[in-house]
Design a binder for this molecule. Sequence first.
Ligand code: CTP
Length: 397
Amino acid sequence: MNVLVGVSGGVAAYKAAHLVRELGRRGHAVRVVMTEAATRFIGPVTFTGLTGAPPVVDLWDARYAGEVHVELAAWADALVVAPATANLLARAASGVADDALTATILCFDGPRLFAPAMHARMWAQPATRRNAARLAEDGAILVGPVEGALASGEVGLGRMAEPEAIADAVERLLRRDLVGRTVVVSAGGTCEDLDPVRFLGNRSTGRMGYAIAERAAARGARAILVTGPSALATPPGAERVDVRSARDMEAAIGRVRAEADAIVMAAAVADYRPAALATDKIAKSDGPLTLELVRNPDILAGLGAWRAGPRPVLVGFALETRDVLERARAKRAKKRVDLVVANRAADALGTTTNRAIFVDDDGDETLPELDKRALADRILDWIGARLGQLGRPGAGN
Ligand code: CTP
């Protein structure tokens, strides 16, 4: 693969040389683009020696005819900025393109990774956290920083992740292990209409399901995202099917079920819907209003009970406020699901990170706190391993 390494100006820039060498050692073609400040910390010649070509520093360098950022961005399969200083994160987060590195970042639309490195107090600043969160929201992966000795001699959270860890993250980002597989993912909350202007809904944003569809597509799968109303953008490469109610969702999943190698039910499906849909807007009266609700189909349980032909691998979520593990186990057995990803409600709703527990045949495993994209990768790792064990050939079996 072609990996473009961006180096910004911090003491950790010397470690970028190790990263470049490590990526090369793992068989990737590497090119380097540096900020002017980075050249104060490490000589461009070092990178020339390691990659066989001089790093790009100056957009105005006559050798590049002014379009080098376009050419570099088209060449790269992945972009990793290491170290990413506070200033670089700020510029990248707001789309500034005033040097070769930031212009290339803006021109590149593939997988990108930032390895922040700075003094702990700079990392802790709300402005920096905002910039890092914005980049993550826009699709970037952040690796580190980690706790350790800083350039100032103090110890704190601000040290760049080790080059091996960054190279691992780059390779995870480039994995294409799901080529030939079809992964169906449901996402978001369903809306159960009450009258022409009102509905019953829930607080699900859809982020978890969207992250799974995004990573499945990036890893080479055909990703079919069946989504309740959501403001989120369709992940690149995913096929999107918009639905509104639980019954719409059940029908949409039913239409693609036979093609699926795996189905991940990340949607917050309403268990009940209003017994009747009023054709006119329900007007208020003086007394209380009682709504009659009826049960919706349990989509996941329906998939678990499927007997016709080989069953796709089934993944469900369990969002609980108490007795997380017991309830997740019970749900797994009752709905005949292969993997239940259990969350405590307070840890998962409206947040960008998750602390999840995997419950499967082998028992349970508590995962570290991960952002939703990293958790999506763990779920897809689990699915990939299970499909490997089943030895099934590919989509449609
Ligand atoms: N689910 C579903 N159809 C429903 C409700 C839930 O497919 N009508 C799926 C969800 O997408 C999720 C899993 O089932 O993957 C768990 O949902 P949850 O509501 O926690 O499970 P319930 O069995 O409804 O549990 P509870 O008794 O706590 O409501």
